[in-house]
Ligand binder design. Structure first.
Ligand SMILES: Cc1cc2nc3c(=O)[nH]c(=O)nc-3n(C[C@H](O)[C@H](O)[C@H](O)COP(=O)(O)OP(=O)(O)OC[C@H]3O[C@@H](n4cnc5c(N)ncnc54)[C@H](O)[C@@H]3O)c2cc1C
Length: 329
């Protein structure tokens, strides 16, 4: 690994001095990219006290951690965070910089990109180093996948949603260097005055082992009640396509796909879903895909391991009956 080559950077979010999973997921992908480019993988983390968080990033795949500590960086705020990050990048000139497409990353990465006068690809579903040595940033678009490159400006910046990449198992023996840095961030005009958590809605969709998802084919509350029954019988989380979200049958956090969540369950059952690319990108890592659709030509069937052609109103009750019988045996 060449230390003087421009490095691959990953911005790692933290809460209460604990690194968030998204940073570790990005470090796993960053590790591959840095190895391909024969350069260092650098984790960048900001906070008030990072003594516990920083070493975890080495165990998660980083060669070096830039840990910037200041009381004003305890809570995320776009201005001081972007100020510090832009200064740091101007000094050290990374070649690639990855951010999570989280609430923080979506807010912060564009401000940093503007500060560095470079480009930014949002919601990438794959990142590779092409034969041209550039970062190929793959996003679902135009009913397929588009590859975006940033030919001249640096760093090449991209955001990736949680769950798209898998974190490496922590390697306790990994060696790396933590640089403890101080900063004088600008004062934030917006201050966090309190936090309120959403009510607990059970296991997050992106971590569920089983997912039952409904689409526009589920034509009313009765249909959704049936789908919820199936999900309950299977111990599955409920997901959806965009139309049920627009129609108010599901909450924002339940949409799967390009603008929603990426899931990687052992079992995914898609009911009344046509299989548009914008939905399929969110289930590409599901282990077993079962599709139920009354249209035998639906695009979801070629993407499924098992397909059931028929009306869900007949099929789901049969599945529930079968599950009930198996439970009684
Ligand atoms: C920029 C952009 C981002 C987007 N992001 C997302 C995203 O993140 N996630 C997402 O899901 N969509 C997204 N969309 C929308 C996406 O393009 C599709 O419109 C959407 O996925 C279609 O949802 P659907 O399959 O439920 O509906 P439809 O395409 O209308 O399909 C309904 C299906 O139900 C079947 N059906 C009807 N009745 C029954 C029945 N009784 N029994 C069995 N099957 C039945 C039909 O045969 C049909 O195949 C996005 C679109 C854009 C432009």
């Amino acid at each position: 690994m060449a230390e003087n080559k421009p490095a691959v950077w990953v911005f790692c979010e933290q809460a209460n001095d604990e690194p968030l999973k998204i940073g570790l997921e990005l470090l796993a992908k960053g590790r591959t990219l840095a190895d391909q480019l024969d350069t260092e993988l650098v984790a960048v983390i900001l906070g008030k006290d990072l003594r516990a968080a920083a070493p975890c990033l080495i165990k998660g795949g980083a060669d070096r951690v830039l840990a910037v500590q200041h009381p004003d960086l305890a809570e995320y705020a776009a201005e001081p965070y972007a100020d510090v990050l832009v200064q740091l990048a101007k000094e050290r000139q990374p070649v690639v910089w990855l951010f999570g497409a989280t609430f923080v990353g979506r807010d912060l990465a564009p401000v940093v990109a503007v500060g560095l006068e470079t480009g930014l690809s949002a919601d990438c579903t794959e990142l590779t180093i092409g034969a041209d040595g550039l970062l190929h940033q793959i996003v679902p678009a135009f009913r397929g996948m588009a590859t975006i490159i940033c030919p001249a400006a640096r760093p090449q910046m991209a955001t990736v949603r949680p769950g798209v990449f898998q974190a490496l198992p922590p390697d306790e023996t990994r060696q790396g260097e933590v640089e403890w840095l101080t900063a004088e961030p600008v004062k934030a005009r917006l201050q966090t005055i309190g936090r309120q958590r959403y009510a607990d809605q059970g296991a997050p969709l992106e971590e569920a082992e089983r997912v039952v998802a409904g689409g526009a084919g589920i034509d009313g509350q009765e249909g959704w009640d049936l789908l919820n029954q199936l999900a309950q019988a299977l111990g599955a989380a409920v997901g959806a396509t965009r139309p049920p979200l627009d129609d108010g049958f599901v909450a924002e956090g339940q949409m799967i796909g390009q603008s929603g969540k990426t899931v990687r369950p052992k079992l995914y059952i898609g009911i009344g879903i046509s299989g548009e690319m914008q939905h399929l990108v969110g289930i590409q890592d599901a282990e077993l895909v079962i599709a139920i659709n009354k249209d035998p030509k639906a695009a979801i069937f070629p993407a499924a391991d098992y397909g059931i052609v028929g009306d869900y109103k007949q099929i789901v009750p049969l599945l529930l009956e079968q599950l009930q019988m198996e439970r009684q045996v």
